[in-house]
Write a protein that binds this ligand. Structure first.
Ligand code: HEM
Ligand SMILES: *[C@@H]1O[C@H](CO)[C@@H](O)[C@H](O)[C@H]1NC(C)=O
Ligand SMILES: *[C@@H]1O[C@H](CO)[C@@H](O)[C@H](O)[C@H]1NC(C)=O
Length: 349
């Protein structure tokens, strides 16, 4: 590992003071904009069964349909990257104002909404007006990972729900499947996440599926070459072509394929193995092998699955911290799909 240089100690005193001053200002504004810190056990006094309720609800849904696990993990990601983890992704569109969930990036491919609604309705009957939808989404993502991969982690809570959801903000904030590593890195950096977090979290593509429309360019017309992406294993291309026929004009057929061709439902480190074998599904997945630093991380994650899992848990917690509303910001929604109307009674404390 490259030692960190201590070059700042050689800076003149004036610069050091300036740095310290900026740090203070930075911390102060962080305080103002982000309010309180999230914490583990936030609901112990106000709704102690919350994590058990989410656990049981996700386990029940998973038993009927394991596909809810990837849906819930992606739901948390799409919530956090757009306006922070404030459950804005759960709000329904209102007349003339399309919400995030109706952006073509989310509709029809995003799922898991009914699992969140189910948990919310149980929680509203037990502790009305206490548990935010944003926290339910974060807990549900953890349970999804737990059910599909057998490991769990502590989830700090105390998020509040936002009152704004705007469809156009989705494409501005989420990374695209066509991104190269530099673009992926910049996109995650905007959310305060490191290059390593980006590589670690991309491992979520070890389960779940993807619509053919997201990869048909890669299969049939990569960079307008009328040929498949040369960075993809030719046998994998053949397999995918058999499941994703060339888009016919006028057809709205859009089947789905597994993100992880080898162990599609398991939350394991197979994703990284696939990348080493040129079997990443999205261009953005395979791109991780195209730069030395990220390729080294991929190989290490392919080799050390347990270490990757623990890094994944830590990175999920950091992702769950993005631009959260806390304290008296936002509100605790009564129904996850709509902001509280003015007629609602004030939040019970
Ligand atoms: C690194 C940049 C990323 C890009 C470009 C990206 C893009 C995509 C795309 C295009 C799909 C397929 C959607 C469809 O058409 O059905 C997908 C699925 C998925 N993504 Fe990502 N994603 C990224 C990062 C992440 C992260 C950080 C997570 C979570 C931590 C995540 C979790 C998932 C999951 C679980 C699915 C499968 C969903 C399902 O089966 O319902 N992705 N992603
Ligand atoms: C939604 O977001 C877009 C892009 O950021 C912005 O131009 C537009 O004004 C927003 N719409 C509303 C109703 O705030
Ligand atoms: C391939 O992509 C280019 C650019 O998007 C487009 O002009 C061309 O018609 C495409 N070819 C086919 C066969 O779809």
């Amino acid at each position: 590992m490259a030692p960190y240089s201590s070059s700042h100690s050689r800076l003149p005193m004036v610069s050091s003071l300036a740095v310290a001053f900026c740090l203070l200002i930075g911390l102060a504004s962080l305080e103002l904009t982000h309010g309180d810190e999230l914490r583990v056990g936030f609901y112990l006094g106000s709704c102690p069964s919350v994590e058990d309720v989410v656990k049981d609800t996700v386990a029940k849904a998973f038993a009927t349909d394991p596909g809810v696990a990837p849906e819930l993990v992606r739901l948390h990601f799409h919530d956090c990257f757009v306006r922070g983890c404030d459950a804005s992704v759960l709000l329904d569109s209102t007349p003339g104002r399309p919400a995030e969930k109706d952006s073509p990036i989310n509709n029809p491919s995003l799922g898991g909404f009914d699992v969140i609604d189910e948990a919310k309705s149980i929680l509203e009957s037990r502790c009305p007006g206490v548990v935010s939808c944003a926290d339910i989404v974060a807990f549900a993502a953890r349970e999804a990972v737990h059910n599909a991969g057998g490991f769990s982690y502590l989830v700090p809570a105390g998020r509040r729900d936002g009152i704004v959801s705007n469809a156009s903000e989705v494409s501005e904030n989420l990374p695209k499947g066509s991104f190269n590593v530099d673009q992926l890195q910049a996109n995650f950096a905007r959310k305060g996440l490191s290059l390593e977090d980006m590589v670690t979290l991309s491992g979520a593509h070890t389960f779940g599926d993807c619509h053919c429309s997201a990869i048909s360019d890669r299969l049939y017309n990569f960079s307008s070459t009328n040929a498949p992406d040369p960075s993809m294993d030719p046998n994998y291309v053949l397999l995918l072509k058999s499941k994703c026929p060339a888009p016919a004009p006028g057809s709205s057929d859009d089947p789905a394929v597994f993100l992880d061709v080898a162990t599609p439902n398991n939350f394991d480190n197979q994703y990284y193995q696939n990348l080493k074998n040129q079997r990443g599904l999205l261009s953005s997945d395979q791109a991780l092998m195209s730069r030395g630093d990220t390729a080294t991380m991929v190989k290490s994650n392919a080799l050390f699955g347990l270490i990757w899992k623990s890094k994944f848990a830590d990175a999920m917690v950091r992702m769950g911290n993005i631009e959260v509303l806390t304290g008296s910001q936002g509100q605790i929604r009564r129904s996850c799909s709509a902001v509280n109307s003015n007629a609602s009674p004030p939040t019970l404390l």
